[in-house]
Design a protein around this ligand. Structure first.
Ligand code: ATP
Ligand code: MG
Length: 332
């Protein structure tokens, strides 16, 4: 790969792009943040192994996928192997009792969602944990996203700015009926895959062995180790890509007819199947092909999301200033 493709400054030709890089550098997860998460993960794993000797705890989500901010939580998956699938809520209640006497955790809370989780905080820091049981698809998709994050230097700043924009506009909270961060990331990747001159390919298609869905879970973190960076002919600046992203979802994407598929690097027609029927937003999980945007089930919230895209698209095309849609003082 020629060096000219690998330097972010090659894609910073205007004020908007340089503002995006500035925001990215101020907000991105630091090595010290990851060290703190990893230290806490190791300590938790030791304590959990007192009850489940063969269990292993994996860091997942934005802590590991290259798309994290300094303020991102730590998503962790506890893998308990065995012939008999344990009931996640039973395991989490057991862990909740076991965690109470531990001096370094506080505010332990069991959430009985579709994927049940134990939420808690490391005492003395603001580090939040979301722990699930055997939701191993989260480990697989974390390393898929990580490969996308590093396939082109523009991906990480682009995704981080979109996440901050969505958070600022109050459309980044699945528990309140809007978009999860995971959904937003897939929406950005999809846009970059479907440009006339794509910035990204389908990595699952290009490297099927690295993302084999039945790969042993211990091997998943190293599965994509040897993927070379993708060399795109698309030379758009970061700012052009952000404008294009907003325009795509404000005016081009057909919410009622199309399903976003990052696995296939295209849109798929919205069929009448259980998964897509009566859903406002359809974004396919790259391994399980379920709808990751199913939290958006109220028309009012769906309309609010579309309105944010339309409004920000209009303003940014005129002003070409990141502050006009995402005031710096409100972030970081
Ligand atoms: P943030 O920085 O805001 O915490 P995040 O990348 O951690 O963002 P989340 O939406 O919190 O994103 O999701 C955390 C992880 O959980 C994802 O990276 C993914 O591995 C997994 N995940 C979330 N939603 C789903 C889903 N619907 N299906 C499968 N895996 C999911
Ligand atoms: Mg997270």
């Amino acid at each position: 790969v020629p060096e000219s493709f690998t330097r972010i400054q090659n894609y910073v030709k205007d004020k908007l792009s340089s503002q995006m890089v500035e925001l990215f550098e101020a907000c991105q997860q630091q090595p010290s943040d990851l060290d703190r998460k990893e230290a806490c993960r190791a300590r938790l794993q030791d304590d959990i192994q007192q009850i489940f000797p063969a269990a292993r705890l994996y860091l997942t989500g934005s802590s590991m996928n290259g798309l994290g901010c300094r303020s991102s939580d730590a998503d962790v998956c506890l893998v308990i192997k065995g012939n008999k699938r344990p009931n996640p809520v039973d395991v989490l209640s057991q862990l909740q009792r076991a965690f109470r006497p531990l001096a370094y955790v506080e505010r332990i809370q069991l959430i009985r969602a579709k994927v049940p989780i134990l939420k808690f905080r490391e005492r003395g820091s603001y580090l939040e944990f979301d722990l699930n049981i055997n939701n191993t698809v989260g480990i697989r998709n974390t390393f898929l996203l990580r490969s996308y994050a590093y396939a082109d230097v523009r991906i990480r700043p682009m995704v981080l700015v979109v996440k901050k924009w969505a958070r600022h506009n109050q459309i980044n909270d699945a528990s309140k009926g809007t978009l999860s961060s995971y959904t937003l990331v897939l929406m950005v990747l999809h846009y970059l895959q479907t440009l006339r001159e794509p910035v990204l390919p389908s990595l699952q298609r290009a490297h099927p062995e690295s993302f084999n869905p039945s790969m042993d879970i211990d091997k998943v973190p190293d599965g994509p180790k040897n993927i070379p960076p993708y060399t795109s002919r698309n030379q758009s600046s970061l700012g052009e890509l952000l404008l294009g992203f907003l325009r795509y979802y404000a005016t081009e994407f057909s919410w009622d007819k199309q399903v976003i598929s990052v696995r296939d690097a295209t849109t798929l027609p919205k069929t009448n199947s259980q998964e897509w029927r009566n859903k406002f937003i359809c974004v396919e999980e790259p391994f399980e092909r379920t709808n990751v945007a199913r939290a958006v089930h109220e028309k009012l919230k769906f309309d609010a999301i579309k309105a944010r895209f339309a409004e920000s698209c209009r303003i940014l095309h005129v002003r070409k200033d990141l502050n006009s849609i995402l005031p710096f003082r409100t972030i970081i």
